[in-house]
Write a protein that binds this ligand. Structure first.
Ligand code: AHG
Ligand code: MN
Ligand code: MN
Length: 278
């Protein structure tokens, strides 16, 4: 299945030349869809259906869970086909996020058996965990992914990627951000969760897209963004929290659950939970 997703990564990367347009439609979160969001979604769903490797497929672009007729396995897959898609038309790095469950996908993130993301940057890279360490692969000129870094551990580092608008911060979150600044953390935020988290994984620090005034659950999706990325950062020695508890222990209620996210080094996540508990 990992091979399947690496193949799809190549297809999606090659597809960027096809369209930079908006699709003129909205997803179930009310967000403008890019033509590439829907195209990447089709590529992944149709490809996965053909392999019959999995029973359940849920993606950020679909309203419900797709169940495959007599599949070869009982796996469930969650997919953000194109993360950071608002950056497509300004040529910034975007990604694909995938999580794999032993069964249906409405289960806590700590039951995932694998998680990966593909980052379409100057290089196309695949970052993968199957529970035995987090490993990086780079796609070569022939489209083959070769291992470049084994068993990545998040280092100590002072970057922070703060989503949402400062004017909408809840008081305890504002204090957390002020504390990071006071401790000399440098702001790095691109608008692509995959790109921002890849930077935190390799350089240390914390990514946050918090709950904020008017949207206390935040903007990012529990199933398609928080859980897969949470497994990766946790397997790399970091942590992920909703400000109160480990997100990977949360039992999803519905596929479109949203969650505040604090993800990065254990030190920063403990700091965030201390401020959010005030
Ligand atoms: P997607 O393109 O899959 O909807 O994800 C976009 C998300 C995430 O990648 C990023 O961290 C966040 O939206 C940025 O939100 P803002 O544009 O509000 O900063
Ligand atoms: Mn996304
Ligand atoms: Mn997306």
């Amino acid at each position: 299945m990992i091979l399947f997703f690496s193949e799809q990564g190549k297809t999606i990367k090659n597809g960027f030349l096809r369209s930079q347009d908006k699709a003129g439609t909205k997803n179930i979160y009310g967000e403008e869809q890019m033509a590439l969001d829907k195209w990447a979604d089709d590529v992944l769903i149709n490809g996965l259906k053909k392999t019959r490797l999995v029973r359940y497929i849920a993606t950020e672009e679909q309203p419900g869970i797709i169940e495959i007729e007599n599949p070869k396995n009982n796996f469930g897959v969650v997919i953000d086909p194109l993360d950071g898609s608002s950056l497509i038309d300004v040529n910034l790095a975007v990604g694909t996020i995938i999580g794999i469950y032993p069964g249906n996908v409405l289960a806590p993130g700590n039951t995932m058996i694998a998680a990966m993301y593909i980052l379409y940057g100057p290089l196309t890279t695949l970052t993968l965990t199957t529970g035995n360490g987090v490993h990086d692969f780079v796609m070569d000129e022939k489209g083959v992914f070769t291992l470049t870094q084994r068993d990545i551990k998040i280092p100590d580092g002072k970057l922070y990627a703060p989503g949402a608008l400062r004017k909408d911060y809840l008081p305890m979150h504002a204090k957390f951000i002020d504390n990071l600044e006071a401790e000399g953390y440098k702001l790095r935020f691109s608008g692509s969760f995959v790109a921002d988290m890849h930077q935190i994984l390799h350089k240390g620090g914390v990514f946050t897209y918090p709950g904020f005034r008017g949207k206390e659950k935040g903007k990012l999706r529990l199933l398609f963004e928080a859980n897969p990325m949470g497994k990766i950062i946790t397997d790399a020695g970091g942590a992920i929290s909703n400000g109160k508890i480990n997100i990977l222990s949360v039992k999803p209620k519905a596929i479109d659950d949203l969650t505040p996210i604090y993800a990065g080094g254990k030190k920063e996540i403990e700091m965030a939970e201390k401020f959010m508990a005030q």
